[in-house]
Design a protein around this ligand. Structure first.
Ligand code: NDP
Length: 400
């Protein structure tokens, strides 16, 4: 059916690439392009005897628009899947505009020198994408991603109006290290060490990092402490879910993770301000990333499950109702299937599904969109088919 250019070859990209190769009918041809070409070649080597998807590889510095344009013009993909880092979102969108190619990513742009992610940078491309007649799908991982699809599905099938959404992201996995992050350490630490916030009655309420803590009993995992964080999809859902009164996002963290993070913060290791070390500028957080375990290496040692989903409260036919949609994913099952842990899996599978729907023409309209602005039904069916089956609870315990 089509050709996808996949940029990045880390934890998330590796899963998406495995999934594209399981879905050769749609992904007839893929090109894996990243900064370190040897990683792309190794993955190609592993997969090419097992799939009828034709795989090629390329070296690209995705910070450079002209390199990206040259690659896109050479490979001529139908869609570019940006699975590198958020810092590359705008250069890749620029290259897609220059070549009139559809675009998808899993994380919104943030400038490297300011730890503040928001959609304004990418929403500023709306007119240009519309005028060029191409589609950009933003934030198509699990959260953001599936959480937006769940919200669109709940609104379409379960509610006349949704008033409250609590997004709960639980990782009950244990990798055996005292401290490691499940996806890119730099991005992860920037996210969790920032102030928290939630959307209520038309404005943002800001909290100190980890200030709001709750305990929740997660299906398939058990009781965990979770903390309120700011998260990307709060911003788009606040706009796209009419009548919404409050949206919050909670993520679970173990005590060891928090104690280590606090210590690293206290000694300045999570800072993104460059310092001079032996005559050379280094960013402490980037140095920390270099000494922490590579998230892609956690696969074989992580056991346990994730449970990520959304609790909705609202009205249907004049009556108040609650509804919980979630997915449980087992780290070891993911590892057996694609050689990765569940955090990469739960992000890489939705990225493949989003790109598939774009190639099939089901998610295609000119402009820049968040996932909840498309029809959720084909995505929900695909989640069940491609490894992230969802479950419903019509009487969930609510978060106070
Ligand atoms: P990794 O660090 O494992 O992989 C990033 C990849 O991008 C690496 O292959 C890296 O290359 C490549 N890369 C970095 N800079 C460039 C560049 N300038 N040019 C070309 N390639 C580059 O990250 P993850 O796979 O864990 O995360 C990928 C993305 O997914 C991130 O944006 C993250 O925020 C997002 N994410 C989204 C989630 C969601 O649910 N929506 C959840 C988890 C992650 P190299 O190998 O040379 O370093």
């Amino acid at each position: 059916m089509g050709k996808a250019l996949i940029i990045g070859c880390g934890g998330v990209a590796s899963v998406a690439i495995h999934k594209c190769c399981q879905n050769s009918e749609v992904f007839e041809e893929i090109c894996i392009a990243s900064r370190t070409k040897s990683k792309c070649d190794a993955l190609k080597e592993k997969l090419q005897g097992t799939t009828s998807t034709k795989i090629s590889t390329a070296q690209v510095d995705a910070d450079k628009v002209e390199e990206l344009v040259a690659l896109i013009e050479k490979f001529r993909p139908d869609v570019v899947m940006n699975l590198a880092l958020p810092y590359q979102d705008l250069t890749i969108m620029d290259a897609c505009l220059a070549t009139r190619t559809d675009y998808l990513d899993t994380a919104n742009y943030e400038p490297e020198d300011t730890a503040k992610f928001e959609y304004k940078w990418q929403w500023a491309y709306r007119d240009r994408f519309r005028e060029a007649g191409i589609t950009a799908v933003l934030g198509c991982g699990f959260d953001p991603g599936v959480t937006g699809v769940f919200s669109a599905y709940a609104l379409k099938h379960e509610f006349d109006e949704i008033h409250y959404i609590d997004i709960l992201d639980c990782n009950g996995g244990d990798h055996g290290y005292p401290f490691a992050t499940n996806f890119n350490p730099e991005i992860n630490i920037r996210e969790v060490s920032a102030n928290g916030s939630y959307w209520e009655d038309g404005h943002w309420v800001e909290t100190k990092p980890m200030e709001i803590k709750r305990e929740y009993d997660f299906a398939g995992v058990g009781k965990k402490d979770m903390y309120l964080l700011h998260h990307e999809e709060l911003e788009s859902l606040a706009l796209n879910i009419p009548g919404i009164k409050r949206i919050r996002f909670f993520m679970t963290f173990g005590q060891s993770y928090l104690t280590h993070l606090k210590c690293l913060e206290d000694v300045g290791m999570t800072s993104i301000k460059p310092i001079l070390y032996e005559g050379r500028e280094i960013v402490p957080l980037q140095f920390l990333k270099a000494v922490l375990p590579d998230p892609a290496s956690l696969g074989p040692r992580t056991v346990g499950k994730t449970n990520i989903g959304c609790i909705f409260q609202g009205v249907k036919d004049g009556k108040e109702k609650t509804y919980y949609l979630y997915n449980i994913c087992d780290h070891q099952e993911c590892y057996r299937e694609v050689g990765s842990q569940a955090i990469s899996y739960t992000t890489g599978v939705p990225a493949m599904i989003g790109a598939m729907l774009m190639l099939q023409g089901k998610w295609k309209k000119p402009g820049v969109f968040n996932v909840e602005e498309f029809d959720p039904d084909p995505f929900m069916d695909a989640l069940n088919r491609w490894g992230l089956p969802w479950q419903e609870d019509r009487h969930p315990v609510l978060v106070d």
